[in-house]
Ligand binder design. Structure first.
Ligand code: GAR
Length: 207
């Protein structure tokens, strides 16, 4: 089984969707550790009582970003993590960290990239007047939400949407999309060629 490490800063619903997909047999992976940079994060409360290790690495306890990232990397290495999954992780990772896990970091973003990168993507879509938004799972590179796209799902923007109703509709799609993207990685079905991520069909012989 591929060992994944989840980095999350907040609510943790995507983390939960990943754990649920593993339990339901839709994703053949193991969560080796959940790391939050925020001691107050709901994601840590969700982990209470679970046998998955949950660790808080508080950014405020480190002088520099690199010291903080070194501690995160160390924790991931100790847990033998093979794929780093950002699930509502609200910090930008430096090239130092990204190089250490080159090609092995995924993120989910609540828009159809390259539209509306960065913070408040759902509000950006409403402000722009987009009729369709959605979510994107992508590999992380050194830019802001710029890495090679793995999967996307479109979600309609409705006439009476508020940021809350649109975010909920997108989140529902995220919970299906992220475990699927992680499963493709774990099944070694993703081939990255420049910006393009090719998805290898499941061959008949394999199950
Ligand atoms: C999700 O909507 C995710 O796409 C977004 O934060 C939310 C986290 O929810 N991520 C970003 O905006 C990253 N720039 P969760 O904590 O319930 O998974």
């Amino acid at each position: 089984k591929t060992v994944i490490g989840v980095l999350a800063s907040g609510r943790g619903s995507n983390m939960q969707a990943i754990v649920d997909a593993i339990e339901a047999g839709r994703l053949d992976a193991k969560v080796g550790v959940v790391i939050s940079d925020n001691p107050e994060a709901n994601v840590l409360k969700r982990m209470a009582g679970s046998d998955i290790p949950a660790v808080c690495i508080d950014r405020r306890q480190f002088v520099s970003r690199q010291d903080f990232e070194a501690a995160v990397a160390e924790e991931l290495n100790v847990r033998h993590v093979e794929l780093v999954v950002l699930a509502g992780f609200m910090r930008i990772l430096s090239p130092y960290f990204i190089d250490r896990f080159a090609g092995k970091i995924m993120n989910i973003h609540p828009s159809l990239l390259p539209a509306f990168p960065g913070e408040n993507a759902q509000q950006q879509a409403l402000n722009y007047g987009a009729k369709v938004s959605g979510c994107t799972v992508h590999f992380v590179d050194e830019g802001m939400d710029t890495g090679p796209i793995i999967l996307q799902e479109a979600v309609p923007v409705q006439e009476d949407d508020t940021v809350e109703t649109l975010s909920d509709r997108i989140l529902h799609a995220e919970h299906i999309l992220y475990p699927r993207a992680i499963a493709l990685y774990c099944e070694k079905r993703l081939i990255v060629e420049g910006r393009r991520v090719h998805i290898i069909e499941k061959s008949e012989g394999l199950q």
